[in-house]
Ligand binder design. Sequence first.
Ligand code: AHR
Length: 514
Amino acid sequence: MNLKRLLLSFFIVFSIFVSAQNKIVINTDLGKETISKHIYGHFSEHLGTCIYGGYWVGENSDIPNTAGIRNDVVDALKEIGIPNLRWPGGCFADEYHWMDGIGPRSERPTMINTHWGGVTEDNSFGTHEFLELCQQLETEPVICGNLGSGSVQEMSQWVEYLNSNNVSPMTDLRKANGKEEPWGVKYWGVGNENWGCGGSMTAEYYTNEMRRYSTFTKNYGDKRLYEVAGGPNGADYHWMETLMKSGNPGRSFQGVSLHYYTVCHSWNQKGSATVFDESEYFTTMKKTLFMDELLEKHIRIMDKYDPRNRVGLIVDEWGNWHDVEPGTNPGFLYQQNTLRDALVASVNLDLFNKYARRVKMANIAQTVNVLQAMILTKDDEIVRTPSYYVFKMYQVHHDATLLPSAVVSENYTFEDENIPAISVTSSKAANGKIHLTISNLNPNKDLQITCELRGMEKVEFEEGSIITGDKINSYNDFGKDEQVKLSSFNDVKVKGNVVTVNLPSKSVAMLKLK
Ligand code: AHR
């Protein structure tokens, strides 16, 4: 064998080896589950500068606004197509009394926001302002009622105020406050974290209370409530078991919530949002991948008690929780957002998509200026975070059909631990286009990945986009050029029904195929 032929055979064997390492097989004709667009939902609480300063500046502000709500924030969020917005908390929900937030603003009583910095809440942003915000965002409201410190009557009247068009005291009050037609709110949370800040209840006690409250939150007109029971804290499987066994699933509630935050070190010392090394990056990825096990185990319990799949799993709080930025109020949970956060977002969204049969909604915490935010504001400036761009990229999966896929991924190894280097979602849109989003979690190695689209003979690559940066802790800051953004991507080769992608280290890419 001459040298040329020897090199050629070496090259062929080498390419087979490389492509066999990272392979995605997509069954383009076997999709049956819809990826609910509500998986791409958001959460905004009366916490720090999320509502006040983040959205709400008031009609007299110099910051351009419509009815008191900042135009720049609304415009930016509309670009990522927010399908729903959860409000007013969080822990705040179970100490919020909605009647304090209606009527003339100058007459609204104040309260102390005991959970978040002990600041005075003047209630200038209440029910009408929130629903105005939803209208501007063209998004569906998700309201969490107060079960922890409220009353059945108070919750029942809030629903009546929002949704009734009868002749009734709450309908009259709403009309007197300037809103003739009901809003028709569908998504309703029956308390929040009632195992903790929402009342320190046991699973058994909460389950009884939830049944009682949901009995009195009525349907008005043809708008049926979709009630979300307060679910477990992470891996509390007993809570899920109790709720599903005794909570009257499908009748008292249509969805059950799950909260899981990714915390790099510990709750006492979480770790910096921007100053971290590869060991902390790896730990964050490993901990965020725990969402897979959580979803799998909770869904197994739900399947036991609800084999007809009537109740949705609603991951209404998730995301990275880092230490606050130095010098900021510890109660305000203001953190920067890096390429690491973008990859945490893509991995979690891939997992929600994977379990789309059961996961019907998710809400990243929290949209503006709090935790893993989409947008940061400083006076009249705004920054789009790396996480924002993931939500922008993943719009292609909204209400698309999940395509079942099998992934063979090499490991990303750090010291003596491994995680899969690749995370994927494949879906088919109503117009027949196929979208793949692929993340390479390895910060040190570009990956060659072959994707076989079974059920198709020929594939065409239409366009691609990518989110990456120079470093795992690259981030976007006020007054500086963006370090992490959405760019076009075309390092893709197609042969028949096989697409080969060269995916740079620490990146997430989207391919549009037909
Ligand atoms: O998102 C911040 C807080 O985290 C929420 O208020 C609470 O529900 C959770 O513990």
